[in-house]
Design a protein around this ligand. Sequence first.
Ligand SMILES: [Zn+2]
Ligand SMILES: [Zn+2]
Length: 396
Amino acid sequence: MKKLLSKRSKQLYREPLEFVVHIKPLPNELLSSWLTRTAFAHYMKTTTFLNLYIMNRRNALVRKDLDFYNDEHFFGILYKKSKWAKEDILALSIRSEEGFLYDCNDCLVVPHQIRKPTYKRSNYGMLYCPKCLAEDKIPYWRKKWRYSYYTACPKHKIFLTDRCWGCGERIRIVKMLLAESVVYCSKCGKDLRLTSSSKVPDKYQDGLDAIKWFDAALERGYFEIGKQKVWSVLFFHIHNRLQNLMDRKEDLVLEGFDMIDEYKQLCSKLENYDSKKASPTYKAFFLNAMVYYIFQDFPNNFIKFIKKNKLIHRDFTHGLKEVPFWYEKMLEKYIPKQNKMGREITKEEVLGAIKYLRSLNKKVTQEEVAKLVGCHFTINKGFKKIYQSLNFALHN
Ligand SMILES: [Zn+2]
Ligand SMILES: [Zn+2]
C-alpha cells in the first residue's frame, strides 16, 4: 500500500503536528469556518495553520473550494488530528449532502444546487445572514448559506447578502486575518455582523415558507408531494428544470401567487438595464417560491399552472438527462404525453392557431403553433406538412 502512495502524499502523512486545541464543530457549520476557527484558536491565520498542521504546500487548499473538496488524504489527516468523530468532520463538508441535496458521483464541478464561491455575474456565491452571525454566541458560517435555494433567512426575515458593507469584497473565510472570531472582512477588517441587508416584505411570506419547506425536506430526507413521499435528492434533481420552466417572465400565468407582479417587474429590470448586483438573489428567491407554490394544495395549483401556461409533457422533461420515476409518474397522471404520431390535424386548426399568435403579435413558429394545436411539432407528419404549406402560402 505504501508503494502506491505518491511521494507527495507521503509527505502529507509525514510530519504534520497534532492539533493543540480542539474546536467543536457547530450545527450546520462549513468546513472552512471550522478550520478557520481552529486556526485562530492556535493563534494563526488559516493559511499558516494549514501549512503547519495539514502540510498544505503552496496554499493549494486555499485556492480550492475547500468546502466542496473531496480528498481522502486531506480528510484522513483531519480525522487523525482532531478528536471528533469521523462523521462530525465529514458533516462539515458540503460533500456530506451528496445523495440528499445533489447527486454527482464524484463530480469535480459544483452541482447547480450549490452556489460556486466566485460566481461573479450574479453574486459571489458565499451568502450570509449578518443577523445570525451577530446573534451567535460563537459566530460561525453555515453550509446552507451556499445552497441555491437558500436566499433569505427565515428566522430574521432578511435577504442574505454576499459582501462586506465596508469595501464590497466577497466573503473569503480562509483569508480572514487572525482575530477572536470569524466575522471580520478579509480585505478591510470591518465587522461583517454590522452589514445591513434588505428586509423580506410581509407579502413575500411564501418565499420564506419555500425555504423552510426545502430545509425541512433536506433534513428528513424526503419531500411530501400530495400524499407521496419523494426522496429529497430526486426532487432537487428536477428543481432547476422547474425553475427554468417557470421563469417565463411576462408570459407567466400563476394565479394566486402573491409575488407575481414583483417577479415580472424584476425580470423587466434585469432585461432592460444593468441593475444592482443583488438582483439575481431576489430572482432566485421568487423562482424558488414559485416552485414551492405549484406543489401546495396539490395537485390543484400544479394543474392550473399547466393549463394556464399551455404546457406539454415535454416542457417538464426537456434537457433532463434522467427523469426520476416519481416525476414521470406525476406527469403521466396530470399531463400525459401526446400521442406522437397524433390524431389527424386539419388545415383550419393550424390556420386558426397561426392567426391567433399573430393577433397577439407573437412570433409564429412551427413549435408554437404545434403547442396550440396540441401535437408534436416535428413528429406529427400531417401537421408538419400543413404548417409548412400554409406558412409558405401566407408568406408569398
Ligand atoms: Zn438569520
Ligand atoms: Zn471589507
